[in-house]
Design a protein around this ligand. Structure first.
Ligand code: B12
Ligand code: SF4
Ligand code: SF4
Length: 308
């Protein structure tokens, strides 16, 4: 294996992890996802709704001389937030990566710029299929749940990519690799409440993933095939990550933030957010990575399960 560039080692000293590939691979990143769609392996609606610019990546004008694509993984904990309801304190989870997105993106760029010093390479944020990039660059491996894993922090990290004029001296483009234990382990497949992780294919059925359903605006209800016991986080879902042996050292890594009073909980459950109160509660929700458009649906689903 080629020696890792010194900026990647410096990133690690500052608690972030990185991978780099030549910009020549840019087209391949998008083409790989598009080919899954043309082979009929990606649901049409999912592809249409989510096929952002990262499925057809193009170099931005601001960095036409890019030489490399760098992906940075910033470790991130779970956030716990509490809702008071009917005399109970209901503790809910916001999975890693939803919270502090701006701060994490800013940190990834700052650490990268510092790791390059004394050189002043440019770093322009890139919209790309980030997991594929992380695995192809050798930074991460895929889990059977289709989430990426890095040493020490498992899947508890947020990925951000940058185009740079830094030139790689060796090409790190690697085969797609899964975690060694995935050959025999079925923990995430068994834990998935909606059969999004299937036995006969590696690619998950994203259209069945609870996260896809509960990230939509609350006007979209849950389909009948979602069991009411499936809900476990105020947005997203932690079941396949929680079951995974590679997360055993981080699974309890969490930060507690914010408590919503009985009155605030009642307000969120009413689902009408057009008055002055909305802006106060919106800021409070933002501090835990949530937004009003998820309410009342997601909260109602959790409270119906937790408070009888
Ligand atoms: C669309 C999307 C979703 C969709 C679809 C998820 C999916 N699996 O594609 C939905 C809404 C369901 C979703 C859910 C979640 N997401 Co999301 N999502 C994205 C987004 C915007 C694009 C992902 C994408 O490209 N999907 C297309 C599929 C085809 O790509 P893929 O999963 O990499 O597929 C590869 C594998 O299947 C692999 N493969 C196929 N066959 C085989 C065989 C073998 C042997 C091997 C090794 C590999 C392999 O090759 C495929 C690519 O060619 C990214 C941000 C970004 N710009 O990348 C965030 C992102 C992937 N999401 C993220 C997170 C955290 C989540 C959730 C964990 C959130 C949560 N806790 O609830 C869940 C996890 C669900 C899951 N099990 O995957 C993080 C992942 C961080 C990490 N550690 O991996 C990202 C990177 C956001 C970020 N900036 O950090 N997400
Ligand atoms: S996030 Fe939840 S629903 Fe989605 S694949 Fe994992 S366990 Fe299944
Ligand atoms: S739970 Fe098991 S199969 Fe799933 S990603 Fe983790 S090691 Fe792989």
């Amino acid at each position: 294996m080629s020696e890792r560039p010194s900026f990647i080692r410096r990133l690690e000293q500052n608690g972030c992890y990185g991978g780099v590939v030549s910009v020549e691979h840019l087209d391949e990143l998008g083409a790989e996802i598009r080919s899954l769609h043309s082979e009929g392996l990606l649901d049409n609606d999912f592809y249409r709704e989510r096929a952002g610019s990262y499925f057809k990546p193009k170099l931005p004008r601001s960095i036409r001389n890019a030489r490399s694509i760098i992906v940075v993984a910033v470790p991130t904990p779970l956030i716990r937030t509490t809702f008071l309801w009917k005399g109970f304190r209901v503790r809910t989870i916001v999975p890693p990566t939803y919270c502090d997105v701006r701060r994490i993106t800013w940190r990834a760029k700052k650490e990268l710029k510092e790791a390059f010093e004394p050189n002043d390479y440019r770093c322009v944020k890139a919209e790309l299929p980030l997991k594929l990039l992380a695995v192809r660059s050798g930074l991460a491996r895929y889990g059977r749940n289709n989430i990426t894993y890095i040493p020490r922090y498992g899947s508890f990290h947020r990925l951000t990519a940058f185009y740079s004029d830094y030139e790689c001296t060796t090409d790190n483009w690697s085969d797609k690799r899964a975690l060694p234990l995935c050959k025999k382990c079925k923990a995430c497949t068994d834990a998935c409440p909606t059969n999004a992780i299937q036995k006969d294919r590696f690619l998950i059925r994203a259209e069945r993933c609870l996260t896809l359903l509960n990230e939509k605006d609350a006007g979209h209800g849950f389909p009948d095939w979602v069991d009411t016991s499936a809900h476990n986080s105020i947005v997203g879902c932690m079941l396949c990550q929680r079951a995974c042996p590679y997360n055993k050292n981080v699974v309890d890594w969490c930060e507690s933030r914010e408590e919503f009073s009985e009155e605030e909980t009642a307000y969120l459950l009413r689902g009408r957010f057009s008055n002055d109160r909305a802006s106060h509660i919106k800021s409070k929700l933002q501090r835990v990575g949530l937004s009003l458009n998820l309410f009342p649906r997601n909260l109602k689903a959790l409270l119906d399960k937790e408070v009888q």
